[in-house]
Design a protein around this ligand. Structure first.
Ligand code: PEP
Ligand code: MG
Length: 567
């Protein structure tokens, strides 16, 4: 009998192989206290271990992009004076030996990172964990086990896989991996996606439930690992793998094509990015532009509000990389679940309904103007558009536009170039912006629907609360009617509507969104080719008839059933 284990999908695909159980060497931390005269020597040992690891990382320069990104991130963390100062203080002030001081510091850093209310930063805890292992091995003179020499067709099972484990992995031999720990945005997940290897994370006790050596199937469509599958299951999955391979080949050819429906509606299929690395990936994947550049990462990875100049450089580089393709940059959307180390937000019971995004920006005008100036100046170098998030009242948009006009006048006086026809649009993600869409469109050059928030506010369901996750569905008829209304209003005014919420990358929804009249889809780079493929093979007019049927539904389940049947 086969056994099935469930996990979170870190990277999609299906694989058949043999399980390889990867266990880490147990390291016993010495608990000897040291004498006051030994502190310098003890700290020097850790310092040397850190330097040795930094030297190993330097060798990864010029390796694959994923590897050099990890190397860069780890070198930065290791060079953070707070990290080394904490270790030194434990040695000097508490007379802890080098191993204890390192171990405790890593545990503290992991604890701090794990509590951050942001998925991306929280997952950086695994980087500290990884650094902890690697520096400890150096300190104790242990050569760590690696995944560099495995049999072909291995599915790696482990408690967790650190970025170093995955970067040393034999990519020819490994066909998939599954781990006890890890989230969807962990480094492990990101690497699995980059290498295009199917992976499941957050599987609980999988490393304790298997012995290694068993035959297994990893199926991320269902989010399951099947151990000791039957012959029937193997045949079924072999067929599926063959079909997926053929589809992948077809999509490779489609990614750079224009997405035009069979009846001639041209759609832009763009990507969401948070930095230049994401943009490179988006371009490789055939994006028609960028529908959302989340600039908050520029702010979160800094020790103070970033200057106009530093922002200008990033925006200019991104604009130039895209040539005449559109680059929609969202102004700072901080607050809610995203904080800043260097800025104290007020204590709020409902931060998602609080001091955030455009509200904060209009309150801190000089800070906001630094960003706007960087944006307006960068507009001289390509097809940049500005997008204002979380707009509720018309005067917020007017005020932002006035600031942009002031900046243009300043630049005119100084003879600095910018795009005189610079478009300014809004994210439609609050109930009031849906209801008042006909008024907003007078002052907005375009709409982009942020379904992550729009669904949360329309249905009064916290998007991050797992207890009520069943209430959160983009297929809820109220959400779909809101989307339809916003698109219709923009079309009536001769303008366009895109979507940059995660619903745009849900390939189950592509036909429906085409039918609702959406002009631009912006989301995950990995989905661009598949979305284009669906659009190229669909008729907008036919899908509009289907959308009308869907809009008449009363319940989410009805919509979901209709959509499943239709796809
Ligand atoms: C959205 O709300 O749909 C969106 C794209 O913005 P974020 O997820 O950054 O809030
Ligand atoms: Mg949002």
């Amino acid at each position: 009998m086969s056994e099935k284990y469930k996990g979170l999908i870190a990277s999609s695909g299906v694989a058949i192989g043999n399980l390889y159980l990867f266990t880490r060497d147990k390291v016993v931390i010495s608990d000897n206290k040291i004498g006051e005269n030994d502190t310098k020597e003890e700290f020097a040992k850790v310092k040397k271990a850190i330097d040795d690891y930094i030297q190993d990382l330097a060798k990864l320069e010029g390796a694959s992009e994923a590897q050099s990104n990890i190397a860069k991130a780890h070198t930065e963390l290791l060079s953070d004076p707070y990290f080394t100062d904490t270790i030194e203080s434990k040695i000097t002030n508490e007379l802890k030996n080098s191993e204890m001081a390192l171990d405790e510091t890593i545990k503290e850093m992991v604890e701090i990172m794990s509590q951050i209310d942001d998925d991306y930063l929280r997952e950086r805890a695994s980087d500290y964990q990884d650094i902890g292992f690697q520096v400890m091995y150096k300190l104790k003179g242990i050569t760590p086990k690696t995944l560099s020499n495995l049999d072909k067709g291995s599915i790696v099972i482990s408690k967790e896989l650190t970025p170093s484990d995955t970067s040393n992995m034999d990519k020819e031999a490994v066909v998939g991996f599954a781990t006890d720990l890890g989230g969807k945005t962990s480094h492990t997940s990101i690497i699995a996606q980059t290498l295009d290897i199917p992976a499941l994370v957050g599987m609980g006790d999988i490393s304790k439930n298997v012995k290694g050596g068993e035959k297994a199937i990893l199926d991320t469509n269902e989010g399951i690992l099947i151990v000791n599958p039957s012959d029937e299951e193997i045949s079924k999955y072999e067929l599926l793998i063959k079909e997926q391979k053929e589809k992948k080949e077809r999509l490779k050819e489609i990614k750079d094509k224009e997405a035009i429906s069979t009846d001639g509606k041209k759609i832009e299929v763009s990507a969401n990015i948070g930095n230049i690395e994401d943009l490179k990936l988006a371009i490789e994947n055939g994006c028609d532009g960028v529908g959302l550049f989340r600039t908050e990462f520029l702010y979160m990875q800094n020790s103070d509000f970033p200057s106009e100049e530093s922002q200008f450089e990033v925006y200019k580089e991104a604009t130039q990389m895209l040539g005449d393709k559109p680059l929609i940059i969202r102004t700072l959307d901080i607050g809610g679940d995203k904080g800043l180390d260097y800025f104290e937000f007020p204590k709020e019971d409902n931060p998602f309904l609080g001091y955030r995004a455009i509200r904060l920006c209009l309150d801190k005008k000089e800070m906001f103007k630094d960003q706007l100036r960087g944006l307006v100046r960068a507009s001289a170098f390509g097809n940049l558009k500005i997008m204002i998030p979380f707009v509720v009242n018309i005067d917020e948009l007017k005020e932002a536009r006035n600031l942009i006009e002031e900046i243009k006048e300043e630049l005119d006086e100084k003879g600095i170039a910018y795009n005189k026809d610079l478009d300014v649009g809004i994210m439609v993600e609050t109930s009031s912006s849906i209801i008042m869409a006909d008024k907003f469109i007078k002052y907005a050059d375009f709409f982009s629907i942020g379904t992550n928030d729009l669904t949360q506010y329309t249905l009064a369901v916290d998007r991050g609360n797992e207890h009520i996750a069943d209430y959160y569905s983009n297929f809820n008829p109220a959400v779909l009617r809101a989307i339809k209304h916003v698109i219709d209003v923009s079309h009536k005014a001769g303008k366009w509507t895109g979507m940059c919420g995660a619903f745009a990358s849900d390939t189950q929804a592509t036909k429906l969104l085409l039918g609702l009249g959406l002009d631009e889809f912006s989301g995950s780079s990995a989905k661009i080719a598949e979305i284009k493929d669906t659009i190229i093979t669909s008729s907008q007019e036919e899908e509009a008839k289907f959308a009308d049927k869907v809009l008449d539904c009363e319940l989410t389940e009805e919509v979901e059933n209709l959509v499943k049947e239709h796809n």
